[in-house]
Design a protein around this ligand. Structure first.
Ligand code: BTN
Length: 341
């Protein structure tokens, strides 16, 4: 973990180095109110973190390249001020950002993002393991949305909507929401959402929004790390942003845009109808199998997913009429893009 004072120093230094030209050590020292020797030390620290910085006598330093790392100062810089994220806690390697964030939330932390390059015990829904190697986007956000518990049920769909919007608008890839809250591209899962919430007497104490996005990973590297249990009975395939784009994405920019999108969408959560309309436009509808249970005990009936209800449940037309699916599994058998572009 990188400590707060170092984060602040490096954030300032990196913003100066973004000038796209040589900046003298003396100028940097003046701006940061430190000696030239201290500047040199901080430049060495950045180099250790993987930054390529050229140094020329009389000209100073120039940033040539920054590493593909989700460093807190990079995320804060791209965010450019946010009420939702006041602090970024960074791990190179952690058990699960969700578990760390939950512990911090219990201790009273708010508006904090916990991000990791790799998780050794990433958690998925239904107590499944979430494979989280280097190259992905794995983060948990501690937040306290100003919404009533009644609207909280929409939180996971609203979060999936934010992920879809950013993949669609920033990367121009057609992502969709697969109920309950998977994000899929071309019928394969690219992102998952896990929300832990503490509620007392109808008041939300805190929410921990865990998001995992297969960003700069190959499909082989994701699937190669999964065993049958990780995949689960209803596994339908994984993909990654890199696979769909044919090139790596800028993960820092992706995370910052996603956080801004989440902030925007959460601020509108009380306008239930507006949010629901956007969710509906991103949701996959069409023929589905409603599968209850797993393996041999599974009970399957077919239907057509036609809508999402105000509380986020899926409405499926079956022989018996319209059924509201609130839990269990809905396996989308084949797709009909609703509102596809
Ligand atoms: C799912 O099963 O679809 C949800 C996956 C959620 C994974 C994310 S990665 C960041 C955060 N930390 C975890 O351990 N899990 C969530």
């Amino acid at each position: 973990m990188i400590i707060g004072s170092e984060k602040a120093r490096l954030k300032d230094l990196v913003s100066i180095l973004r000038a796209d030209e040589y900046v003298s050590g003396e100028y940097i020292g003046r701006m940061l109110k430190v000696s030239r020797e201290a500047v040199w030390k901080q430049i060495s620290t950045l180099r250790r973190y993987g930054y390529r910085i050229d140094a020329k006598p009389r000209l100073g330093y120039m940033l040539i390249d920054r590493p593909d790392r989700l460093y807190p100062w990079e995320i804060m810089y791209e965010l450019g001020g946010s009420a939702m994220v006041k602090e970024v806690i960074y791990y190179e390697d952690v058990s699960s950002t969700q578990d760390v964030a939950l512990r911090l939330a219990e201790e009273g932390k708010d508006s904090t993002l916990v991000v990791a390059e790799r998780q050794s015990k990433g958690r998925g829904r239904s107590s499944r393991r979430w494979v989280s190697p280097y190259g992905g986007v794995w983060f948990s956000l501690i937040t306290k949305p100003k919404i009533s518990v009644r609207n909280a049920t929409l939180l996971s769909l609203a979060t999936a909507l934010a992920v879809c919007n950013i993949i669609n608008s920033n990367l121009n890839i057609p992502a969709r929401i697969k109920w309950p809250n998977d994000v899929v591209i071309n019928h394969r899962k690219v992102a998952g959402i896990l929300i832990d919430m503490s509620v007392e007497h109808d008041i939300i104490n805190y929410c921990v929004i865990g998001i995992g996005v297969n960003a700069n990973l190959s499909i082989e590297s994701i699937e190669g790390m999964m065993d049958d249990e990780d995949k689960g009975y209803h596994y339908y395939g994984s993909t990654s942003l890199m696979h769909e784009m044919g090139r790596a994405v800028d993960r820092v920019k992706f995370v910052a845009s996603l956080l801004k999108e989440i902030e925007g969408i959460y601020s509108k959560l009380s306008y239930r109808d507006e949010i629901l309309a956007s969710i509906r436009a991103m949701m996959l509808f069409g023929p589905v199998s409603i599968i209850e249970g797993e393996g041999r005990d599974a009970r399957t009936r077919d239907g057509i997913a036609v809508d999402v209800d105000g509380d986020g449940s899926l409405l499926v037309k079956t022989n018996e009429g319209i059924e509201r699916i609130t839990s269990g599994y809905v396996h989308i058998r084949y797709y009909k893009m609703h509102g596809s572009r």
